[in-house]
Design a protein around this ligand. Structure first.
Ligand SMILES: [Zn+2]
Length: 137
């Protein structure tokens, strides 16, 4: 399943982004997915729980922001959003050779986290923390 590897790489990137921060909980991850990326939301959601289990992102939600296809028509000289990916024809002049500007995105936009603010007595030494290993499967 293609989506599973995508989700794993998203989880990995998000975990890296959170490195060094005192994260109490990750509430949600906002992912931008272009309509042309060929990635469907349902399989991503399906894989999310699986891929985040045992990580910093466990229990978080995945929010997918769909990016419509934006193309540029040379004859018209204008950028416009297409309703779907079925028709790659300029709605105005009918030109087929459209330049795709947006729609191939696959990127993490933001992470909504709860930081551990109660650190009055914590003695966290950077670089000296043992990694927790998930017990069993
Ligand atoms: Zn046109």
């Amino acid at each position: 399943m293609h989506e599973l590897s995508i989700v794993y790489s998203v989880v990995s990137s998000a975990t890296e982004a959170l490195a060094g921060r005192k994260v109490a909980k990750v509430n949600s991850v906002l992912l931008r997915v272009g309509a042309l990326s060929g990635i469907m939301e349902d399989p991503l959601q399906f894989c999310w729980g699986l891929a985040t289990a045992g990580t910093l992102l466990a229990g978080s939600g995945l929010v997918v922001e769909r990016v419509p296809v934006t193309v540029r028509c040379r004859p018209c000289g204008e950028d416009m959003a297409l309703d779907g990916v079925q028709s790659f024809r300029c709605p105005r002049c009918g030109t087929l050779s459209l330049e795709v500007l947006k729609g191939r995105e696959l990127e993490i936009v933001s992470l909504e986290i709860e930081e551990d603010g109660d650190d009055a007595h914590s003695g966290v030494a950077p670089g000296d923390s043992e990694k927790e290993r998930p017990a069993g499967g």
